[in-house]
Design a protein around this ligand. Sequence first.
Ligand SMILES: [Ca+2]
Length: 171
Amino acid sequence: MVDPKTCGCVCVPGSLIESVTVPCARTPVVSSTTLLAGVPYYLRASGTCTIGFVRPYAPDADAEYAFTPSDPTNLGGVTDRCPGSSGIELGIGIDDPVIDGTKTPKWGPYDPTHVYTIAFTGKGAPITLNYHDCVHRDNVGSMTVDVFCPGARPSDPSDSDGDSDKEGASG
Ligand SMILES: [Ca+2]
């Protein structure tokens, strides 16, 4: 056995090493994986939850944004903050337990496929993930954050097999 705390060579670079299910309720979840200190990892968030951004309730939020499910490519229907004065930033936080106007990380510009890949430097610890919202009690579902083996960027799931049947909104 190789000690993962002292050696980064225990996995295939760019391969999936853990999928963490992140509930959109308030409860944080901790990865099983310890991310080696100072090592650059790639993390990928995907999936959607229902958070009460639209009525009637429907899956209307991804790792960074709330959007309009009936028109998910309409940027006018996209926001990354709660409405009103709270200014709370929506989305999945990592090692950021305080729910306020500045959530980290930023998962990037809005993507109607709701898949976001970011670079994340390990801290010699597991990561703690929680969904940031102004009102959690109406939230339903969970999202996924994948942790990839460092050393290579994971392949993009949208072009892994040349599939070209993406049409965006399907009505
Ligand atoms: Ca909510």
